[in-house]
Design a protein around this ligand. Structure first.
Ligand code: GDP
Length: 215
């Protein structure tokens, strides 16, 4: 067996582009653990506060305008929605957390479903944890990071809506968020700044996920 030569940055970007240009299909929404599909493909989960821009980012990644809208229709917001990217990668869109009106029972249900999902998912390569660049890390983001640390799941912080900030503001928030994430054992060190509106960071994130699909 010969080890493959490491891919150049251009090759990695191209692999990401090709992966996300291929077919992407909604598989199902699971409100209960027993409805979660069998773990066959490498999987990436997306998490974040509601309104963080998660649906917009999933749509920007896949180049489809309406793919993740299903997760925002009433009744589906408490479900984990699964999308299959060709025969290569499964995307799991976790329900948004941090609703202002969420009761304690609702928040506990969220944590219960998500924790059970995270614990029993050997195919899960990484959780992409979205942070609104205007707000930075809020208390419930840190709670979720602690939950991910406890579940020993590798995760990566991604800033969203960066078009809303001036470059200097973005640099300041990015260094604050990166510094805070270094205190968390399971957090991946590289922060990617994205905008679903301008496309900033989308090729980099696609490349990162394509590399995970190969592992
Ligand atoms: P979700 O609840 O996390 O799925 O968030 P959505 O994707 O539905 O986005 C919430 C709001 O933020 C919507 O009004 C979007 O139009 C807006 N939004 C999402 N991404 C961006 C972005 O990159 N830039 C800007 N300016 N607005 C965004």
């Amino acid at each position: 067996m010969h080890a493959r030569a490491p891919a150049s940055p251009q090759e990695t970007t191209e692999r990401g582009r090709l992966l996300f240009a291929g077919p992407c299909d909604f598989v199902l929404g699971a409100a209960l653990l027993q409805h979660i599909p069998e773990s066959i493909l490498p999987e990436i989960a997306f998490a974040g506060r509601s309104n963080v821009g998660k649906s917009s980012l999933v749509n920007a990644l896949t180049g489809r305008k309406t793919l993740a809208r299903v997760s925002n229709t009433p009744g589906r917001t408490r479900e984990i929605n699964f999308f299959r990217l060709g025969g290569t990668l499964m995307l799991a869109d976790l329900p948004g957390y941090g609703f202002a009106r969420a009761s304690k029972a609702e928040s506990e249900r969220w944590a219960g479903l998500v924790f059970e999902y995270l614990r029993g998912r050997p195919s899960l390569r990484r959780v992409i944890l979205l942070i609104d660049s205007r707000r930075g890390l809020l208390e419930n983001d840190v709670e979720v990071m602690t939950l991910l640390d406890r579940a020993a799941v590798s995760y990566q912080l991604i800033l969203t809506k960066t078009d809303k900030l001036k470059p200097g503001e973005l640099a300041a928030i990015a260094s604050r968020v990166a510094a805070a994430s270094r205190a968390h054992g399971a957090a991946h060190p590289e922060l990617i700044a994205t905008s679903a509106l301008t496309g900033q960071g989308i090729p980099e994130l696609r490349a990162e996920l394509a590399a995970l699909a190969d592992t």
